[in-house]
Design a protein around this ligand. Structure first.
Ligand SMILES: [Zn+2]
Ligand SMILES: [Zn+2]
Length: 284
């Protein structure tokens, strides 16, 4: 098999939220690749604000976007992006976001997946009962440069979600409309996570694009194709006190999406021991 190279390639990014601006520079710099946008109605596959339920996993969502693109273009290289935002501590004090990218090579059907986890997010949700509570919520999401979503509590969402709000007067107007519709006079608020209205998220998508472009430029030692990179971990990092292998990862598995060649590498963070507090033996 002739090695597959992504250098100088042309990639089609299936998105309807302008994410191509996050992809162009990293792909150009790292791979001399050109990225163009194909507008697909990815909102039909699920929305952050919940009018359309999102599919099961991030991978399902990515494959859905790729399928939409495949019905519209014959281009061999398709890219899709998906983000997920949750509370990292279970209390909503610490939030984090996962950005995931999938590149599909239509010539071979191979999927190459990259992800990026970050605490740099303005993701927040709240139940608001007064304009004062609204005013307190806005700075949390960097309102103005970042957009707001409001909807009434306790009524169906379709037709009642106010998205992409960036002006204070508009926020207040939407708040009163929502409060009037809600049986409890409560308004649900959240940061608008659509990339074109969320510069913080756009920056993190760019980070993820850098990681993917770097992976695509990494050649498989066996077949010479691009895309060699992290696909899993091996548990067994030894405890610093007693040396017993722990559940923490001892190493990383890097593999080739085309020929399946794999090798175990040390952890990229350089850690060679687990804490005694992470050891089943020292801290059962
Ligand atoms: Zn290979
Ligand atoms: Zn131990």
């Amino acid at each position: 098999m002739k090695p597959l190279s992504f250098h100088g390639s042309h990639i089609i990014f299936a998105t309807n939220h302008g994410k191509v601006v996050a992809a162009r520079t990293p792909f150009e710099k790292i791979l001399s690749a050109r990225v163009d946008e194909l507008a697909v109605d990815s909102d039909s596959l699920g929305t952050f604000s919940g009018e359309v339920a999102r599919p099961g996993s991030m991978l399902d969502a990515l494959r859905g976007k790729i399928r939409l693109a495949q019905s519209r273009t014959e281009s061999p290289l398709l890219l899709a992006s998906e983000g997920s935002f949750t509370s990292a501590d279970g209390f909503g004090l610490l939030m984090h976001g996962i950005e995931m990218l999938m590149l599909v090579d239509n010539r071979t059907g191979v999927e190459i997946i990259e992800q990026h986890l970050s605490h740099n997010t303005n993701y927040a949700t709240a139940t608001l009962r007064s304009p004062t509570e609204l005013a307190d919520f806005l700075p949390r999401i960097h309102f103005g440069s970042h957009a707001l979503v409001l909807y009434p509590e306790g009524v169906p969402l379709v037709g009642n979600v106010h998205k992409g709000i960036t002006e204070a007067a508009e926020a207040e107007r939407a708040f009163h409309l929502c409060a009037a519709l809600s049986p409890s006079q409560s308004v649900m608020a959240m940061s608008d996570m659509r990339a074109h209205l969320n510069p913080t998220r756009m920056k993190e998508i760019e980070r993820c694009c850098e990681r993917l472009a770097t992976r695509l430029s990494t050649l498989c030692p066996q077949c010479g194709s691009g895309g060699f990179g992290l696909t899993g971990t091996v548990p067994g990092l030894p405890c610093v006190e007693c040396g017993t292998p722990t559940q923490r990862a001892r190493g990383e598995i890097h593999s080739c999406p085309f020929c399946g060649a794999a090798k175990e590498l040390p952890r990229s963070d350089g850690k060679t021991y687990a804490l005694a507090s992470e050891c089943e033996w020292c801290n059962p």
